[in-house]
Design a protein around this ligand. Sequence first.
Ligand SMILES: Nc1ncnc2c1ncn2[C@@H]1O[C@H](COP(=O)(O)OP(=O)(O)O)[C@@H](O)[C@H]1O
Ligand SMILES: [Mg+2]
Length: 370
Amino acid sequence: MNSRIPDPSKPVIAILTTSDRLKQFRGNRNNFRDIIRTGREMGYMVYVITVRDLKLNEQTVTGYVPSASGKLWYAIPVPLPQVIYNRIPNREEEEKAPVARKIAECLEHPEISLYNPSFFNKWNLFEWLKESKATSRHVPKTRRLRSAATLTAMLKNHESLYLKPEKGKAGKGIMRLGYRPDTLLPYRLQIQSGKKNTTYKAASVERLWARIGREKGSARYIVQQAIVLAGHHGRPFDLRVLLQKNGRGAWAVTGIGARLAGARSITTHVPRGGSIEDPSSMLEGTFGPEQAEVILKNVSTTALLVARQIERASSSMLGEMSMDLGVDEEGGVWFFEANSRPMKFDEPAIRKLSLERIFQYGNHLSRQSK
Ligand SMILES: Nc1ncnc2c1ncn2[C@@H]1O[C@H](COP(=O)(O)OP(=O)(O)O)[C@@H](O)[C@H]1O
Ligand SMILES: [Mg+2]
């Protein structure tokens, strides 16, 4: 692996994850390897550290670095970091007491900066965005799903609804509900499982509610107005925006990708048959080149407004997030969700800048007094 002597004027950066009995540590190893390679090329000392090994009252701790081939990971002694890039892999890990305690200790530590302390909850996001006028206009009507009455009430105003777990990701557990009053079985529930999509039809809201209950189990759900998305050859697409803080500590759009839904899929996720596309060409299909450019600019502006509002309302220090935004047939921009542990973007230009920004922002953080 391409190495360079770390520049002592630059902060030591640690990628934080949790330990694993068999594999040393959890998380996406390819991603960690790319981050470390980029950091080294930029003159930073950077390593992976587990919650267990991050002992805040010691001078030297154990970190992991990849071997030259990148296939193995060595445990080596390293100095404590100044900046922690939080990559705790999932909510279950994050909610464990020792993990939560360690994050809290890092947040209080006078010489360490940790950003993105936790995952977002979908309901909180909508509450936060409704608080500001500038962002509330981009938020679909959303309520907590507690009873069948919520569905009945929302179906009065919206033809179709999305039902989503508050802690969901990658399309898991998402359902879409439609209502056709003039048919025998007016309620139509589409349930996504893997690449397939099953439809359940019900005569009454009671029957429907029972079916939804079986599907969602004890998980908390939100219910949301379905936005009729602009399409490309009959398939809806949405936009995935990566936002990061730059070397001056200001929010910036690192890149925008488009995801086109798979045939008959109710979401655009790649593992569910969706595909990666170029945002401009997706928008040009419906809106033409001039209008497409205006919409894409508006997507960036909206994403920046949303990121600032999320950060303000969450009262935590954030340095990056990805955002799923939809564009309706009139060119309106809608917020679907934001994720505080963005998955890697496969578009090469976005990927490259996203890796560099981790260090540019880390450097900025280390120059701020806490
Ligand atoms: N209200 C909505 N209207 C139209 N499409 C939606 C709506 N909510 C979600 N979707 C579609 O489903 C996808 C997944 O929803 P999202 O909220 O991002 O859940 P997940 O956390 O599972 O990714 C979105 O990217 C979008 O394509
Ligand atoms: Mg999503």
